[in-house]
Design a protein around this ligand. Structure first.
Ligand code: SF4
Length: 470
């Protein structure tokens, strides 16, 4: 601790009266936890960048992804100026059929670059203008919670990623730093505490929840993750979300050392809840397929069989439900998961394994989004069809757009394409959440890819939400 730094008291641990074992100081609590953390290196294998494919320096399995000539052509097209190519061995095997299962076309489309991506680069460098909600380096504080960029890569890269500006560096977003984040949370919460729990300038409530994001925080070592967890817990944060696609890209990351770290954290901070905001896009990422590509069911059971490393990881996480929960969210992407039956299996299977279905997203207006986006109304129809015959608890997910003005649910589409209506509802608003719960109605636009494509057809929008949304 710095000499003049106050000895902070988190809401969820003993008060730091004196440096003895009954009332340890913050520094002692941190050290007591960190000494229990084993932090091995993880070998994800795989390939990063097209150069190795172009030079023929990849193994036979990886060579199925791009021939040398394809890779050279993509490099010439400047594909990696938009988004760098990256894949883990685990995901490569699912894509190419090197996993004793046939190749998966949807997963291939998720992770391999196509020339189409750079044909039309219209879109935002910083989707939803996130930098305008960044009060300090690497922090977004838009809603009641805050998001931290803690790493600039993932084990593999989804071509539709809306964080691509972080990866390419085009928007200049920096990573969050531990001390600066702590200072920000302390200052925000002190100001809120002095004003009945709401920040006097922004109207945002006391910060209780933080999302570790990036990139994928699970790419960090256990020690680095532990350092973030403990700093946030000491700041009084009671829910820490970890946004990750690692269960799909490299499920072996969820090993005994990782769970040992989580258990030690729970022992030190029993009142802090961890939420894994996982990202499964397609059931091919976790279900076993037969030679024809059909999902395999267990003998005498109607349930599908999961890939062992994913099932084990999920089982270990759900076993810790007293402090861990899991929620899935994914965009609906052309040629990846724009299929009602696929989305239905996704929701059914995740729910059956203890993973909540949270959000299905409209593809954001990133640079090159037209190669991935499915029109809003078509997505709504796919999503709605996918929930037919699901039970109420399986069908908790909402189909939303994450806009600059907040999270907007597409609640309903009715009537014919040329004279029907679309109903939007605002679920979350920046700052004081004044428009939460408001609805807007627009005339249909079957070609719309984003909410601003409805700006010339607003029917009812008392709050001006569609009109003012970028
Ligand atoms: S896992 Fe998430 S952050 Fe990582 S590349 Fe995919 S969409 Fe982007």
């Amino acid at each position: 601790m710095q000499p003049n730094q106050p000895n902070r008291t988190p809401a969820n641990s003993a008060p730091p009266f004196s440096p003895d074992s009954e009332h340890p100081t913050e520094e002692q609590r941190k050290q007591d936890f960190l000494v229990k953390v084993a932090s091995p290196r993880y070998d994800r294998g795989g390939v990063s960048g097209l150069k190795r494919y172009a030079e023929g320096k990849v193994d036979a399995s990886s060579a199925h992804l791009y021939s040398t000539s394809e890779a050279r052509k993509l490099i010439e097209l400047g594909i990696e100026d938009r988004m760098k190519v990256k894949i883990s061995d685990h995901y490569n095997a699912l894509v190419t059929g090197d996993s004793d299962m046939p190749p998966s076309a949807p997963l291939r489309n998720l992770v391999t670059a196509r020339g189409e991506e750079v044909k039309d680069l219209s879109g935002e460098v910083d989707p939803s203008n996130q930098l305008s909600y960044s009060p300090a380096a690497g922090i977004l504080h838009k809603y009641e919670m805050a998001l931290l960029y803690v790493v600039k890569t993932c084990s593999a890269h989804c071509r539709y990623c809306y964080r691509l500006d972080l990866f390419t560096g085009k928007s200049g977003k920096p990573l969050a730093q531990l001390a600066a984040v702590r200072d920000y949370i302390d200052a925000h919460n002190e100001a809120a505490a002095a004003n009945h729990g709401f920040h006097p300038e922004t109207g945002r409530p006391t910060l209780r929840e933080v999302l570790l994001s990036g990139g994928d925080p699970m790419v960090l070592s256990n020690t680095k993750l532990a350092a973030w967890l403990i700093e946030l817990a000491e700041a009084g944060i009671s829910t820490i979300r970890i946004g990750t696609k690692e269960l799909a890209f490299f499920p072996h990351r969820f090993d005994d050392d990782f769970f040992g770290m989580l258990d030690a954290f729970n022992e030190a901070y029993p009142n802090v809840r961890l939420v894994f905001a996982v990202h499964f896009t397609h059931p091919d990422e976790f279900l076993i397929r037969d030679d024809e590509g059909a999902y395999v069911t267990a003998e005498n059971d109607h349930r599908f069989m999961w890939l062992a490393p994913v099932e084990n990881a999920v089982e270990q996480l759900t076993r810790r439900r007293h402090f861990i929960s899991l929620e899935n969210q994914t965009p609906i992407i052309r040629d990846v998961n724009n299929d009602a039956h696929v989305l239905k299996i996704l929701q059914q299977e995740l729910y059956a394994h203890g993973i909540g279905n949270h959000y299905y997203f409209q593809c954001r207006q990133i640079e090159g989004h037209k190669a991935f986006a499915v029109p809003v109304e078509e997505c709504w129809q796919l999503f709605t069809d996918s929930q037919r015959h699901l039970s109420g608890v399986e069908a908790h997910a909402r189909f939303v757009m994450s806009t600059e003005q907040g999270k907007v649910e597409v609640c309903g589409v009715s009537g014919e394409p040329d004279d029907g209506y679309v109903v939007f509802k605002w679920h979350r608003n920046p700052g004081a959440a004044a428009q939460r719960g408001q609805i807007a109605i627009a005339r249909r636009n079957p070609q719309a890819l984003w909410i601003n494509d409805y700006q010339d057809r607003v029917f009812q929008d008392p709050e001006g939400l569609i009109g003012s949304t970028e």
